[in-house]
Ligand binder design. Structure first.
Ligand SMILES: NC(=O)c1ccc[n+]([C@@H]2O[C@H](COP(=O)([O-])OP(=O)(O)OC[C@H]3O[C@@H](n4cnc5c(N)ncnc54)[C@H](O)[C@@H]3O)[C@@H](O)[C@H]2O)c1
Ligand SMILES: O=P(O)(O)OC[C@H]1O[C@H](O[C@H]2[C@H](O)[C@@H](O)[C@@H](O)O[C@@H]2CO)[C@H](O)[C@@H](O)[C@@H]1O
Ligand SMILES: [Mn+2]
Length: 441
């Protein structure tokens, strides 16, 4: 079996050690000869790089390993680019979340004005990474987690339409794990799902077991009472803010009980509730800096100080397993059915063919084939048309440097109450994002 070479772009990410652990766990089915890290922040990447160097040396010394900020070194001789960059890092995520709250509008990493601001920062650097890949390893595939995936995907569709990039999200598989828990199944992989929507904006319309039995009725009964909380009677181990999100799915489901919702729909259907329950001075970015970032970097420091990764506290979850499954599906032509963010092209019959939608695809060595969804209901179609227009306007604004288009994008977002509030938020975001956004005229 051919051994693959992988570069992780955003080497200093909190998710990098998890991906390394997952790659090591799956060497039998997805053999690796080389792992490289690439980041534009040498200092941040060095800690994760040094710790992973020790881990790899102990667990798989045959795998060549290096980390660098030099694009030529990073992108030469690779088969897969696994990208998860955060342009502006947590400091800018904090701004994205706090600025809209000044106007009682929700502040979120990928939804509403925060997601729009993040999108405007991310398009350029993602295109730069695609160009590095195509220059130094033209046959490679880029598997992209970098958010906001919906806007990034539309940006790549417009600016690099023939590039070998696949955009993905781990939220549906995270929810599917919970569904499997609710149903008492061993793994989400025992379910075959039909799902459609935009990224962080979708619905399950059909879920069956391997024998073809409909699992939706049992799931609906549970979600109607408990949302996606698997065992409501037990103590919850998930962070409280995520726990609230999984519980709130109960209310999101009540609005449209024919399907099961992605948790992110709460931001669009209950924005007033979100604003009311958000501390404008301490948002999710603060929580992540105080917990995940602190813990991952402390774990890396421990490995470096002790000179061994024997008892290291790195962990891997769905995020890691999903991207490794995707790489494996391409490398080994597994024809796995996976949710990907792809150009609609008629897969959702009554929806814009140029929209980037999240739907099941069959993945193999030639890339992916889309599963046909057919017609979607009016409620979902209406919401998606509004949201996809926001995403398209953001990309249009980035390409043409248009203040007007970005103002329209913010105005059209279901999370923003009026054009005047949209303008005030936009003007604050322009100041905060100086140096990251193209100049708008
Ligand atoms: N698609 C999904 O479902 C999903 C799931 C989880 C995380 N994510 C995304 O993964 C990314 C990483 O998340 P995190 O919380 O670990 O962030 P993080 O800040 O810990 O890591 C991001 C890394 O990207 C680097 N970076 C920023 N700009 C860069 C550039 N232009 N070139 C190279 N490197 C660059 C930073 O220096 C940093 O080390 C984010 O975009 C996040 O939104 C996506
Ligand atoms: O607030 P954060 O940074 O903790 O999470 C934001 C991301 O949330 C989703 O990813 C989750 C995933 O669903 C869960 O299973 C686990 O792997 O953690 C991830 C990150 O915490 C979402 O899909 C991402 O797009 C968001 O960036
Ligand atoms: Mn996601």
């Amino acid at each position: 079996m051919k051994k693959s070479s992988v570069v992780i772009a955003g080497g200093g990410s909190t998710f990098t050690p998890g991906i390394v652990l997952m790659l090591l766990e799956h060497l039998e089915r997805f053999p690796i000869r080389q792992i490289k890290f690439y980041d534009n922040d040498a200092k941040r990447q060095e800690l994760i790089g040094k710790a992973c160097e020790i881990l790899l040396q102990e667990r798989a010394p045959e795998i060549a390993f290096s980390y660098t900020t030099d694009p030529e070194e990073a992108f030469t001789d690779v088969d897969f680019v696994m990208a998860h960059i955060r342009v502006g890092k947590y400091a800018m995520r904090e701004q994205d979340e706090k600025i809209p709250m000044r106007y009682n509008v929700l502040g979120q990493e990928t939804c509403g004005p925060g997601g729009i601001a993040y999108g405007m920062r991310s398009i350029g650097p993602i295109i730069e990474i695609i160009d590095f890949m195509e220059k130094y390893s033209p046959d490679a595939w880029m598997l992209n987690y970098s958010n906001p995936a919906a806007i990034v995907a539309e940006g790549t569709r417009r600016l690099r339409p023939t590039s070998r990039i696949i955009n993905i999200c781990d939220m549906p598989v995270g929810i599917e794990d919970r569904m499997a828990g609710i149903l008492g199944l061993k793994s989400r992989k025992e379910m075959q799902v039909k799902y459609y929507g935009l990224n962080h904006f979708g619905w399950w319309s059909d879920i069956r077991d391997q024998a073809g039995h409909d699992l939706m009725p049992r799931l609906k009964e549970h979600v109607a009472k408990h949302g996606y909380i698997v065992r409501p009677e037990a103590e919850q181990v998930t962070e409280p803010s995520w726990n609230d999100t999984f519980a709130k799915a109960k209310d999101v489901y009540a609005v449209e009980p024919d399907t099961l919702p992605n948790t992110y729909l709460k931001y669009y259907l209950f924005p007033d509730y979100i604003v009311k329950h958000t501390d404008p001075n301490h948002t999710r970015a603060n929580e992540v800096m105080e917990h995940r970032e602190k813990n991952v970097f402390a774990a890396a420091r421990d490995v470096i100080e002790q000179g061994t990764a024997k008892d290291c506290r790195f962990t891997a979850d769905d995020h890691a397993s999903y991207i490794v499954d995707l790489a494996d599906a391409i490398a080994s032509n597994t024809k796995a059915r996976m949710l990907l963010i792809v150009e609609n092209g008629g897969a959702i019959e009554n929806f814009d063919p140029t929209a980037m939608v999240e739907i099941p695809c069959i993945v193999g060595s030639n890339g992916y084939e889309k599963v046909c969804i057919g017609k979607i209901p009016q409620f979902q179609k209406g919401l998606m048309e509004q949201q996809v227009s926001v995403e398209k306007l953001v990309v249009e604004a980035w390409i043409s440097g248009s203040y007007q288009k970005l103002w329209q994008a913010l105005t059209l977002s279901k999370t923003v109450p009026s054009a005047s509030v949209a303008k005030q938020i936009l003007d604050d975001l322009i100041v905060a994002n100086k140096g990251y956004w193209p100049e708008l005229k």
